[in-house]
Write a protein that binds this ligand. Structure first.
Ligand SMILES: [Zn+2]
Length: 93
């Protein structure tokens, strides 16, 4: 029975910590403004301490911004393109 509990905890993630999986699951909701204040707070706290998720957040935020420019048929600032190019590369997200 004990091993079953351990297995369950393993597949569901450790209950106490807000893990990277949770964080990345909430990423789009936060970016879309659809996350609850509680989710947003947890998310922000996590990316404050987790550089991996923070990087993912920055990339996705930039890409979202890029899409916004494209949709509105506006010229995309080259600084934005450069920052995305710099962030997206082998081994990054
Ligand atoms: Zn993380």
């Amino acid at each position: 029975m004990k091993s079953l509990i351990a297995f369950f905890q393993k597949i569901t993630g450790k209950k106490k910590a807000y893990c990277c999986n949770d964080c990345l699951c909430n990423l789009y909701m936060v970016l879309d403004g659809e996350a609850s204040p509680e989710q947003q707070e947890k998310f922000m706290k996590h990316i404050d301490t987790c550089s991996h998720c923070f990087e993912c957040y920055k990339v996705d935020r930039s890409v979202k911004e890029l899409i916004k420019y494209k949709i509105q048929n506006m010229e995309v600032p080259s600084s934005l393109i450069e920052s995305i190019k710099n962030k997206i590369g082998p081994g990054k997200c």
